[in-house]
Design a binder for this molecule. Structure first.
Ligand SMILES: Nc1ncnc2c1ncn2[C@@H]1O[C@H](COP(=O)(O)OP(=O)(O)OP(=O)(O)O)[C@@H](O)[C@H]1O
Ligand SMILES: [Mg+2]
Length: 481
């Protein structure tokens, strides 16, 4: 996280200070631009509200678009109590809905005097576009902008957000000169990702005094405006043992409360779960956040897990992950089985199942035997995990697909759980596998963020972050709306 510096003003909005390199230029003029409904008002409201509540800075909201009642009501539904900060003398709402022409300059003059007297440190004009329309000549609005706003910002040190409406269909801001006088420009966008899921990104086009490493970041309007900083891998400082989550009725918990909630309970018992990595730059750690809690959740409840790893994942990484969640040698020896293609020097261990990789039927027979042993020992459902890429590379695509399909039927019959991982380069098989899987998740990336969504059951998009607060890694999912 970037430290706030003397010439920065922290917005107090989740994630926004991180992605802007510590906040907004203090006493600066910042343009917030975007199409209708992209979150301009929510961002500005968060800026004023958190300014008042977290930093004791007074704010003024000048509205050309929304009545005070509508604004207060909408903000209250998001948990921002503007009545309260108004009562405490930290906030003023200026209604300019019906003010036109000359009167605008007069009212603005008055506001600016007020900024000085009230001691406002934050000002929002929502919107400059509507204000400009109140004038007969557009250049009048520009004159106002220059003469008055520059006084507010530069002389009074009041940081000002100027909202600029970008009409639908237009992707550039295209104001004319405002961009040049502004100290910062943030452009809010709304797009769609596969099948109409909403994805939002903010682009920092300009920000005085801050190096911006990621020009674009994902944000969400869930519960107000929140920016999502690029994915960050975190260390587990005080490792502790994974705390299992019991089954919920007909569902196995995924091991992650966030994933369970996203899926409406977890993974159905007896189901096949297809997890497709839809972007080659999703890292191993990133998709392991989605997979490992489920593996831990089986093992920590005394249930077996049989893993046929994906290419490039050797058994020592699997062991490290399992031990990282505090599982002991005895549990591992009893419950975990990793199928490894034989090579010279492959060590002997209870958790290693040696496969010759010559014929599928030979290796499969071995796995079935291992499965039977663990089932007899535990009398519990089992987790089966397969990296489809490795299966295809070893036995060929036809054989691999029919093997997965047959195994899925067996898993259903036993009431176990089957997790199938598909990596980039093997997408052609996901349609086939997706057709018989009860759950189909995709993990992808956009800018610095990792995204997860359900194709089956259909879910909105979620941004994936790494949470290590429990002493082991967990996926933290934030819905994007
Ligand atoms: N109280 C709320 N609860 C949940 N979602 C909300 C709430 N208020 C707004 N939203 C969502 O945020 C979206 C846009 O919010 P916002 O009003 O900040 O956009 P805007 O860019 O100011 O739009 P406009 O150009 O129309 O003024 C809405 O379309 C809605 O989806
Ligand atoms: Mg608005």
């Amino acid at each position: 996280m970037s430290a706030a510096s003397a010439d920065k003003i922290p917005t107090g909005i989740n994630g926004l200070d991180e992605v802007t390199g510590g906040g907004l230029p203090k006493g600066g003029l910042i343009i917030i631009a975007g199409n209708p409904g992209t979150g301009k008002t929510l961002l500005s409201a968060g800026f004023l509200y958190h300014g008042a509540v977290n930093y004791g800075e007074k704010g003024i909201y000048v509205s050309f678009a929304e009545s005070k009642e509508a604004f207060f009501r909408n903000m209250r539904s998001l948990g921002l109590n503007f009545e309260e900060i108004e009562r405490e003398g930290k906030f003023r709402f200026v209604d300019m809905l019906t003010v036109r022409g000359e009167a605008v300059s007069a009212v603005l003059e008055m506001i600016l005097r007020e900024v000085g007297e009230f001691g406002a440190k934050r000002l929002v004009i929502d919107s400059f576009s509507a204000m400009a329309q109140a004038f007969r000549e557009p250049h009048e609005a520009r004159v106002i902008l220059h003469t008055i706003l520059s006084r507010v910002t530069r002389l009074l040190g009041c940081t000002t957000l100027l909202i600029v409406e970008v009409p639908y269909g237009e992707n550039k801001i295209g104001l004319g000169i405002e961009e040049f006088v502004a100290d910062g420009i943030i452009h809010l966008r709304r797009n769609e990702l596969e099948g109409g899921r909403i994805i939002r990104d903010l682009e920092i086009l300009k920000m005085r005094g801050a190096p911006i490493y990621e020009a674009r970041n994902i944000f969400t309007l869930k519960g107000g405006f929140k920016a999502l900083p690029p994915f960050e891998a975190r260390f587990t400082e005080k490792p502790s043992r994974f705390n299992p989550i019991p089954d919920k009725g007909d569902y196995f918990s995924t091991g992650s409360p966030n994933l369970d909630e996203m899926l409406g309970g977890g993974y159905p018992k007896g189901s096949s779960v297809l997890i497709e990595i839809a972007d080659p730059y999703v890292s191993t750690l990133q998709y392991h956040l989605v997979i490992y809690p489920t593996i831990w959740n089986f093992l920590a409840q005394g249930r077996g897990a049989i893993i046929f790893p994906s290419a490039g994942i050797d058994y020592s990484l699997i062991l490290r992950r399992v031990k990282g969640a505090g599982l002991g040698d005895e549990e591992i020896n009893d419950l975990l089985r990793i199928c490894v293609k034989e090579y010279a020097g492959l060590k002997e261990a209870p958790y290693i199942v040696r496969c010759r990789g010559v014929t599928f039927s030979e290796d499969y027979a071995k796995c079935v035997e291992v499965e039977r042993d663990i089932r007899e020992k535990t009398h519990q459902p089992l987790l089966h995990f397969v990296g489809a890429d490795m299966l295809i590379d070893t036995y060929g695509q036809m054989e691999a697909l029919s093997a997965i399909r047959n195994h899925a039927a067996r898993v259903r019959e036993k009431g176990d759980l089957y997790m199938i991982l598909v990596k980039p380069g093997y997408e052609n098989i996901s349609q086939t596998l997706g057709a018989f899987s009860e759950v189909y998740l995709k993990v992808t990336r956009r800018y610095g963020s990792v995204l997860v969504y359900g194709v089956k059951p259909r879910t909105p998009l979620y941004a994936l972050e790494m949470d290590v607060s429990r002493g082991y890694f967990m996926p933290k999912l934030t819905q994007i709306i």
